[in-house]
Design a binder for this molecule. Sequence first.
Ligand SMILES: [Zn+2]
Length: 203
Amino acid sequence: MINSDQCLAKWGTPKNTVAWQSRILSNWYADRNLTNTQLSEYRESCFPSKIYMNNLMHGPFTAAVINLIEDDNLHLLRTWDGCFNIRKIAGSNKWSTHSYGISFDIDAAWNKQGKPGDLSYKIVDNIKCGGFDWGGNFGGSSIDPMHFTLKEEFIGVEPTIGELEDSPEDIKDLIDRLINALEELKHTPQSLENIDQHMDYHS
Ligand SMILES: [Zn+2]
């Protein structure tokens, strides 16, 4: 699993700025990564059609989603609970790996930190085989079954983000994010505030 210290060494302090984020993050689009047959199953699921994530996560995430679809497990998931979110690990001064867009959460309401939760091992296996480690394997009270983080072996890999470069959607996304960042700056001086409150309580 890629940890907080490795992220800090590779990408520096997370910043809520377009300059920092556009270096390491971009949208993963379901329709650019799945076949039409896979896509029709995907659209029935709780996963969103685009997900903002670290460039390194695009390939492994696609692999995990395809595993879930092929084993007919994707539709069993109830909620998508986010990927990129700049914040500290609960009870720690270290940046959460969510701050770098290399972690995501699913079925959070049933799989809170500190308890084993109810995720099926078939689902966990599908995601792990895509290239992730599972928070359900964290020891003691750190156990965090909603949470998956990219495996350590991917930190040195060149990102594969398909045909993302300069497409109109990406430029539009970049402009949207810039506008949002400016709006946020106007309204909240502390722009690193949490967005998802439930995420305070875990890895
Ligand atoms: Zn998480």
